[in-house]
Design a protein around this ligand. Structure first.
Ligand code: PLP
Length: 392
């Protein structure tokens, strides 16, 4: 045995590396490759938001901030959440360096080795692997795919939420399927978790990228609409998707006030704080960014419809329009090894897509395509997939 082989903890060595990255690492940066494998828009952050970040730097805001974030940003987020959901106090908001960081902090805050965590899958792999770093055990409840898209068998989820479950993780609208948990299911799950003392971690990254809502401000049904202030609910959110700010690394956690001192300690010992200029851009986004969100969502809806129609016109492909998020998660008849299929799409056809199996075994046979892209690029991608399907 080499001396370095034993360095990392067994729990870390056992983590599954991201299969999206496995495909992407081989082709990233290659000239001519058309990539839709990551979850990010091909458009840059709106000017107004960028300008706020630049102005902050020019004003000399290059110092540490409070662990829980600038008071002005915490207050602005609380008002934003209150507009969309139920009233929320500044004291319920912790600013984090991305939703990814927020998820890790919440998991560190709640999970001990051996704890049982339940997750609804297919799911973005980062959510499922995080608890394992802490020695917790993740049990999955798989959505079913039918002619109307992805659905949850509620009884199966309730059965999985046993008395000894510590945490339920729900991402709705969901990456990769777009599945959005209906309000009635949220009510039942919240009541069940309340009875059993189970924490709910709602990953609300895509709550604004929702195509089914009433006219006006688009937002998916969320647990925050239903929860009382003492419910064991944590909502993790991000600036990455709604305001096209993936590279800024800014998010927040909405949590019961009693948890805040412990979250503040964890922030100190993980990242200490988010950069001041990034937080200033965040203030602009939540206070004046509504027109930008609205135009992004309407563009996304068009590109969703364009891509789904294009995919369904191909032989062997079944695609259902997702109600939320920014991915088509479609099935290709005859594909039983989506990882190998996506590697070949990248290497032989210059098309970068994510393999369904990256999101759990129930995603095998499916492919994920991020449609936050221009119609020209999507059309080019569909043509490449068509050529590939003639050969693979
Ligand atoms: C479900 C989900 N949660 C969280 C994130 C991470 O967001 P952030 O960029 O803030 O880390 C992503 C990113 O793809 C996601 O799909």
């Amino acid at each position: 045995m080499s001396r370095t082989e034993t360095l990392a903890r067994p729990a870390v060595r056992a983590l599954a590396a991201s299969k999206i990255r496995e495909v992407a690492n081989a082709g990233m940066g290659r000239a001519g490759l058309l990539a839709f494998w990551f979850g990010e828009p091909d458009s840059v952050t709106p000017d107004l938001i960028c300008n706020a970040g630049v102005a902050s730097l020019q004003a000399g805001e290059t110092f540490y901030t409070q662990n829980l974030g600038l008071p002005s940003l915490r207050e602005a987020i609380a008002q934003y959440v209150s507009r969309l959901h139920r009233p929320c106090l500044t004291e319920n908001i912790a600013v984090t360096n991305s939703a990814m960081s927020g998820l890790a902090l919440v998991q560190q805050c709640l999970l001990s080795p051996g704890d049982r965590v339940v997750a609804v899958t297919p799911l973005w792999p980062n959510l499922v692997e995080g608890p394992k770093i802490l020695g917790a055990q993740v049990c999955t409840v798989a959505l079913n795919f039918g002619s109307t898209g992805w659905n949850l068998d509620l009884e199966r989820l309730l059965d999985a939420l046993t008395h000894d479950t510590r945490l339920l993780m729900i991402n709705s609208p969901n990456n990769p399927t777009g599945w959005s948990m209906p309000r009635e299911q949220q009510q039942v799950v919240l009541a069940h978790c309340r009875n059993r003392g189970i924490w709910i971690l709602a990953d609300d990254a895509y709550e604004r990228l929702y195509f089914e809502g009433q006219p006006g401000v688009a937002v998916a049904p969320g647990f925050q609409d239903l929860a009382e202030s003492d419910d064991r609910l944590l909502s993790v959110n991000t600036f990455s998707k709604s305001w096209q700010m993936t590279g800024w690394r800014l998010g927040w956690v909405q949590a019961p006030q009693a948890l805040m001192p412990d979250l503040a300690k964890l922030i100190e010992f993980n990242t200490s704080c988010a950069p001041a200029f990034v937080q200033r851009a965040g203030v602009l986004a939540v206070t004046q960014g509504e027109p930008a969100v609205a135009s992004f969502v309407s563009r996304l809806k068009q590109s969703r419809d364009f891509l789904i129609a294009g995919l369904n016109a191909l032989p062997r492909v079944t695609a259902v329009a997702p109600p939320g998020a920014m991915y088509a998660f479609f099935r290709v008849q005859g594909v039983t090894d989506s990882l190998d299929f996506c590697k070949r799409l990248a290497s032989e056809f210059d098309l970068g897509l994510a393999p369904g199996v990256a999101f759990g075994p129930e995603g095998e046979g499916f492919i994920r395509w991020c449609f936050a892209a221009s119609e020209d690029r999507l059309a080019d991608g569909i043509a490449r997939l068509e050529r590939a399907l003639e050969r693979l």
